[in-house]
Design a protein around this ligand. Sequence first.
Ligand code: F6R
Length: 611
Amino acid sequence: MCGIVAYNGGRRAYEVIVNGLKRLEYRGYDSAGVCLVDGDVKVYKQKGKVSDLESFIGSSPTDGSIGIGHTRWATHGEPNNENAHPHTSMNGHFVIIHNGIIENYGHLKTRLERRGYKFNSETDTEILVNLIEYIYLKGNISAEIAVRLALTKVVGAYGIVVICRDEPGTLIAARKGSPLVIGVGDGEYFVASDATPIIEYTNSVIFLNDNDVAIIKKDELSLKTVMNEALEPRIQTLDLDLEEIEKNGFDHFMLKEIYEQPRSITDTFRGRISADHKNIHLGGLYQVLPRLVKAKRIVLIGCGTSWHAALVGEYLLEEFARIPVEVEYASEFRYRNPIINKDDIVIAISQSGETADTLAAIRLAREAGAIVLGICNVVGSSIPRETDAGVYTHAGPEIGVASTKAFTAQVTVLTLMAMLLGRKRDIISQARYEKLISEMMAVPNKIEKILESNEIIREISAIFKDSTNFLYLGRGYFFPVALEGALKLKEISYIHAEGYPAAEMKHGPIALIDEKMPVVVIAPQDSSYEKVVSNVQEVKARKGVVISIVTEGDTIIKSMSDHVIEIPKASEIVESLLAVIPLQLLAYHIALMRGCDVDQPRNLAKSVTVE
Ligand code: F6R
């Protein structure tokens, strides 16, 4: 949440920053702003998107080659011009952009007010920039020392970049809890919340760690801790293409990412299935595998869509590896004094690798002595760095705020894990293992086939675009898929939707069903098919409108449904990967037809780095 871009080098900073902010806009789009240094220090900010800021500024306001920019996801204070970043200190010495939350801002504010400070915004960030200025003026010290001292007084999370009017050639960047990446070019440096704005200029990057402070001049970078201990910058090379973060002819990132799934799933299992297709290797788990195989309990944690992937994981791991699994919302786990045993394996699932609740849950589990693994998409993000081991999903950058390809990549990793553990624990025979591997490898082609139904799904969407409620029903593996389908619809189309286990419908939600209620039934032919047939009959008996997802060739549910979307026949172990695709497309088309901003739905942000 909140996107940060800063530049110090030989280019026009305005262009670099505005282009970068557009790439980061998925992190927040309540307001945008820039501060540019060109002799003077100029701040421009505007409520709305980066394009609103551009229209407000007009043509490039300066040729200056140093500056900072921000796109905001509001936490403290409503989205308006005053609360937009950058924030300037009362006497104009400092300008700051900030991602995160200063938790003790109330206390700091009172202390500053006693010393005569006045504030223009409702933000915690304005408190921080004034604290820096107060310390700077009082101590008559350098900007860097003032920033570091101020940060020692702060409780909370921050990724900041600061400009001091008195030292205009220097950027000061610091991180605790909110990610920051520095791009290292030839005589130029970039700073951003993630690598997407940097990658078109350089793939040499430094990921800042918590409590790091970077002092960035045009051709010199020094790194130290908040406590002034010198650090050696570790430059890494990123394997990320510009193409991967562009729309490539699709109208929206979400659509592009839905269509990318045959490739992203292949990339996720590529290199992890042996050449003879007889075995699975998860290199990232190599060292912990013996403990994983003997695990008495696995706890899967995540938020939102990643939590839905965890639910699929629970079914898979219990069925194929016969290890007891619990699935927890990270936000609940961290606050409810959970029982964590030393031989538990906790697996955190996260696309961004930065979700604050998931990170906090990881820390809790590690303190309790559990082994903590990560399943993450963003390379170099905080979760992979804070876990004992893990597996990357190689889905590539996911820019659309609604998660699509990250979900299927997470489920792919969990499926591989379930198969591997099932084999290692001798729950499944080698012959079955090989059969399951071949099922996994067939998934990308089957998804290609489902994508060919896009037009049918678009036509169904047109019929239901004005509905105000939706019910999604599924059993077994398709229950988490129902939850995920409902989440996709509500987050991008703002239609109220609920996912339910199909059999639970009669314990309450059935009261909602009438001829105005579309019910999406996820009913491919699996072990619970017959039961779902009864559930569909129950819906039809109340005049509900049924949109069903069925296996090709189905006749029974098809004959009872008002609208049908077919998916290819597959083994249960991979069917959730197939069944979710039509639901992603349904949400996409309905949102589009309702005139919603598909890639940047209201009130949401891609990476939730605050509680
Ligand atoms: C929904 C969505 C969110 C995220 C959730 C967790 O489409 O994207 O529900 O799944 O915020 O984010 P990560 O996976 O980055 O931890």
